[in-house]
Design a binder for this molecule. Structure first.
Ligand code: DI6
Ligand code: FE
Length: 448
């Protein structure tokens, strides 16, 4: 496929204020015909249990009422395309993948930390800055002083940058409020992103991200605030899909994180963990003990921790953006995890301090170059395993009949290119739950 055409095919976020963000709204689907039929493309289904990308060459995909209704080879379609569907979309020989999932982000925050980046480059470490009261705490200050509207306006372009590269589901954590009101405000912004943009947002409560300044010397009291007030209120407001904690020497130890997890369990909420990023704090084993959806970072995870994760079915969240940006030297024990059968998820960790990374494709590339993942593992990490890390593996993450029609069409000759290019955006079209939400101009600029 000619790469010259890629630049002009980059999807633009087309929206009319006040109107539906969707270019092709569903207008009363007829029962007998599919809404869309994709033809003239190849599919990387990413189905589990299949080798490689689960490729179907010369594939066709029928979409009805937001779901994948039919998947197979074009030559096996039961009828002529136009008899089967009201709209036939020509994939131009590109590749179709599941909508991408960014399963670990902190994309709601106030301000940014470029000045801290400058200090780090002059030799001060991330941990030193955190211990001096900078780092996370400086973002806490900026986030507390931002209104919900300010936070939303700052977060939206970050989410849109991810969407423009085919992300249809993302996770948003709290954790820069560290008081009840601001934690809830952050999570409300996550919910608003879901209402106003064509993506699903998984809200994660991360009250135990850092000890706020005003609780210095009163750790116990802060943990009680998180357990007894912040989490219950957020959960009652319907803002929480899972609960996270930062298990690290500069944050909370495994015993403290376990208490947060106990509180989460009382609300029947699944947990996840920032585990063993800068030191081995027993995070991997803790995540396994609580059957966490994922344990993320894991640079310093122990062998026992990895075995426990494998036994408990915990997904390993790999966040190469933070590893890269902090100039870490010790990659996570990828070979041991692979051997143990721990599934890999790959995410941006988009946050102002350790990973100001607004590209999931670049995260895939970094996972390959820095952590030696294969491009297949990297793509599984942002599709099937990303979905699983959000507890959404039944609905999204692979191309299969019955799953949501979250689909991305890429202008590439092979899916390995998604992890290969550094910069540029080969995303040609994004379909979210059966609606084309980006790249419609590829099909003639109007309604196909
Ligand atoms: N781990 C991270 O990498 C981010 N949070 C966390 O728990 C960093 C957060 C920050 O520096 O603002
Ligand atoms: Fe993080």
């Amino acid at each position: 496929m000619p790469l010259e055409s890629v630049a002009s095919a980059v999807p633009r976020w087309v929206r009319t204020p006040g109107a539906s963000p969707y270019l092709f709204p569903m207008d009363g689907a007829s029962a007998s015909r599919w809404d869309f039929l994709w033809v003239n493309l190849h599919a990387a289904t990413m189905r589990s249990g299949e080798a490689g990308y689960g490729e179907i060459h010369h594939a066709a995909v029928g979409v009805q009422e937001g779901y994948i209704r039919w998947m197979g080879r074009e030559s096996e379609l039961p009828d002529r395309p136009h008899a089967l569907a009201r709209r036939v979309l020509d994939g131009g020989g590109g590749w179709l993948t599941p909508g991408l999932v960014d399963a670990h982000t902190h994309l709601v925050f106030g301000g940014n930390r470029a000045p801290e980046f400058e200090r780090r480059l002059s030799g001060v470490s991330y941990e030193e800055i955190a211990r001096e009261g900078g780092g996370i705490r400086s973002t806490v200050q900026a986030t507390r002083s931002a209104s919900e509207e300010d936070l939303f306006q700052a977060a939206r372009p970050r989410a849109e940058a991810l969407l423009s590269e085919g992300v249809t589901t993302l996770e948003v954590k709290s954790g820069y409020g560290l008081d009840v009101e601001t934690e809830l405000r952050m999570l409300r912004v996550g919910r608003r992103l879901e209402r106003e943009l064509p993506l699903n947002v998984h809200g994660t409560f991360l009250g135990a991200h850092a000890l706020p300044v005003e609780y210095e010397g009163r750790r116990e009291e802060y943990l009680e605030l998180v357990r007894r007030e912040a989490l219950p209120q957020a959960a009652r407001e319907g803002l929480v899909d899972s609960v996270d904690a930062f298990c690290e020497a500069i944050a909370f130890d495994a015993r403290e994180c376990a208490r947060i997890f106990d509180a989460a369990q009382a609300f029947n909420l699944p947990v996840r963990l920032h585990a063993d990023q800068l030191s081995d704090g027993g995070g991997a084993a803790l995540a396994a003990r609580y059957r966490a959806l994922s344990a993320d970072h894991l640079e310093y995870a122990s062998e026992e921790g990895i075995r426990a994760m494998a036994d408990a079915g915990v997904v390993a969240g790999l966040l190469p953006g933070a590893f890269y940006f902090l100039g870490e030297k010790r990659p996570p024990p990828i070979a041991a995890m692979r051997e143990a059968g721990v599934p890999f998820m790959v995410a941006t960790d988009l946050n102002p301090g350790s990973s100001p990374l607004r590209s999931l494709l670049l995260a895939m590339n970094l996972a390959c170059t820095l952590f030696r993942l294969t491009p297949v593992e990297a793509l599984a990490g942002v599709t099937r395993n990303g979905a699983r890390a959000l507890g959404a593996g039944e609905r999204i993450g692979t191309l299969e009949e019955g799953k949501l029609a979250d689909l991305v069409l890429w202008e590439v000759d092979h899916p390995s290119e998604l992890a290969y290019w550094i910069g540029g955006n080969p995303c040609r079209c994004v379909m979210k739950e059966g609606r084309i939400v980006a790249g419609a101009e590829s099909f003639g600029g109007g309604r196909p």
